[in-house]
Design a protein around this ligand. Structure first.
Ligand SMILES: [Zn+2]
Length: 173
C-alpha cells in the first residue's frame, strides 16, 4: 500500500468530539432524502440505473476516476444493516455477489472492494470500488484515497464498464 501523497506527512491533532452530531441527509433536521424522492418518482428512461428490482437499485456514480465504481441502494429508507427488514437482509448477500461478479466481468480487476460508511446519507447504500489489476498502491483502504485524487476517467471508458455491468446483471435476472 502506498499513500497517494509525498512524504513527509505531518499528523494533525484529533479535534474535540462533536456531540450531538449534526443530522445526516434524511434524518430529522437534516436535508430531505434525495434517494426516497428519486425512487418514488422512479423513471428508468430518465435516470437509467444499471439494474433494479423491487428491493434494490444499482446506480451509476458521477465524476468516476476508476471505471466500474457503482453503488447499491435499498428502495426503501432504512439506515444500516441493523435496520434492514429480514427479507431485505436475506437478499443482500446474493445481490452483492451478483454485483461483484458483474464488476469482475469488466476485466483487468484484481478485487472488488465493498464499502458501507453511512456518514453522509441515512438511506442504506453500499459502494463498490474495483481495484484495477496491478495497482498495488491502491490495496485496502488506499483505494478510495487514490480514487478521490486520480483524474476523471474518459466518459467512454466509464460508460463501457457500466454497460458491461448492466449486461451482466440483466443476464442474471
Ligand atoms: Zn431515503
Amino acid at each position: 500500500m502506498t499513500l497517494p501523497y509525498a512524504e513527509p506527512l505531518t499528523r494533525v491533532e484529533l479535534g474535540p468530539r462533536v456531540i450531538p452530531e449534526p443530522p445526516r441527509v434524511g434524518e430529522p433536521g437534516g436535508d430531505p432524502c434525495g434517494l426516497c424522492k428519486w425512487f418514488a418518482d422512479f423513471d428508468e428512461s430518465e435516470h437509467t440505473p444499471l439494474w433494479s428490482n423491487d428491493e434494490w437499485v444499482l446506480c451509476r456514480a458521477t465524476e468516476v476516476t476508476i471505471p466500474g465504481v457503482v453503488w447499491l441502494a435499498s428502495r426503501g429508507h432504512h439506515d444500516s444493516f441493523a435496520d434492514l427488514p429480514d427479507k431485505l437482509a436475506a437478499s443482500y448477500g446474493p445481490v452483492v455477489a451478483r454485483i461483484e461478479r458483474a464488476i469482475l466481468s469488466v476485466g483487468d480487476i484484481a478485487r472488488v472492494h465493498v464499502y458501507r460508511w453511512g456518514d453522509g446519507s441515512s438511506h442504506f447504500h453500499i459502494w463498490f470500488f474495483p481495484r484495477p489489476l496491478g495497482m498495488l498502491e491502491a490495496r485496502r483502504e488506499m483505494l478510495p484515497l487514490w480514487a478521490d485524487l486520480l483524474p476523471e476517467a474518459p466518459k467512454a471508458e466509464v460508460a463501457e464498464a457500466e454497460e458491461k455491468i448492466a449486461a451482466a446483471m440483466a443476464a442474471g435476472d
